[in-house]
Design a protein around this ligand. Structure first.
Ligand code: PGA
Length: 259
């Protein structure tokens, strides 16, 4: 099923000080005039979630965290919990990003516990999966993402808000992207794995592509079969670039509606 709304989410990673909230303000103001058919999210570092939520209050931009702990509270120095993100104004949370899987030792079962915590709290998880360069070169992308979906998606109630992002590790921040055929194949495999877990409810889960999405390639990437949106890193830091991607999504939705 082709989804009639595209979801475009920015991941600021460990970037952003109070002065950079001006980019969020510019985004908010520009989005008052469209485009329609695009859901927009922005995930700043935890330190900016509450301030960004207040700056964007009443706008169409949804705020997200970039991680959360599996526990709601306790002796976990340095961690942020799902209820804390909600309390700060977040609706979304990126979980299982490869930078946390690789850099912070997050296994599929750790990610699954975080997804469960997010869902219980009412946050919409954006569950990230993707193969490394070596796995890509060995032709293992489909096997890897299928295994990651099976291992890092816990049992969740039917109708739970959830998104998945396919982010090939080698495409993140590199300027490289898979071919359209490769992306379509992996997105279809993710959809199949989701159907195996969620049944018919899988059809409602947006599957985003992430990895070197920029204003120049967004339209082509978003037009690939099975791509329901984008998770954007570097190009989400500047409102002008992020807006160009959002507008590319809007044009794609409008063209689909006509044709
Ligand atoms: P990138 O990052 O757009 O800078 O490649 C994407 C991501 O890691 O979410």
């Amino acid at each position: 099923m082709k989804q009639s709304v595209k979801m475009i989410v920015g991941n600021w990673k460990m970037n952003g000080l109070a002065e950079h909230l001006a980019e969020a303000v510019a985004l908010r103001d520009a989005l008052t005039t469209g485009p329609s058919g695009v859901r927009v999210g922005l995930c700043p570092p935890a330190t900016l979630v509450a301030r960004m939520a207040s700056v964007l209050d009443g706008s169409r931009v949804e705020i997200g965290g970039q991680d959360c702990h599996a526990q709601a509270s306790g002796a976990f120095t340095g961690s942020v919990s799902a209820p804390m993100l909600v309390d700060a104004g977040a609706r979304l949370v990126i979980l299982g990003h490869s930078e946390r899987r690789a850099g912070c030792g997050e296994t599929d079962s750790v990610v699954a516990a975080k997804v469960r915590a997010a869902v219980v709290t009412g946050l919409e998880p954006i569950l990230c999966v993707g193969e490394t360069l070596a796995e890509h070169q060995a032709g293992e992308a489909v096997a890897v993402v299928t295994r990651q979906i099976e291992g890092s998606l816990p049992d969740i109630p039917a109708g739970t808000a959830l998104a998945v992002a396919y982010e090939p590790v080698w495409a993140i921040g590199s300027g490289l992207t898979p071919t359209a055929d490769q992306i379509a194949e992996v997105h279809a495999a993710i959809r199949a794995a989701l159907s195996g877990r969620l049944g018919e409810a899988a059809a409602a889960v947006p599957i985003l592509y992430g990895g070197s999405v920029n204003p120049g390639n967004a339209a082509d990437l978003l037009a690939i079969d099975g791509v329901d949106g984008a998770l954007v890193g570097g190009a989400a830091l500047k409102a002008a670039d992020f807006l160009a991607i959002i507008h590319a999504a809007g044009r794609g939705v409008a063209a689909d509606a006509q044709g």
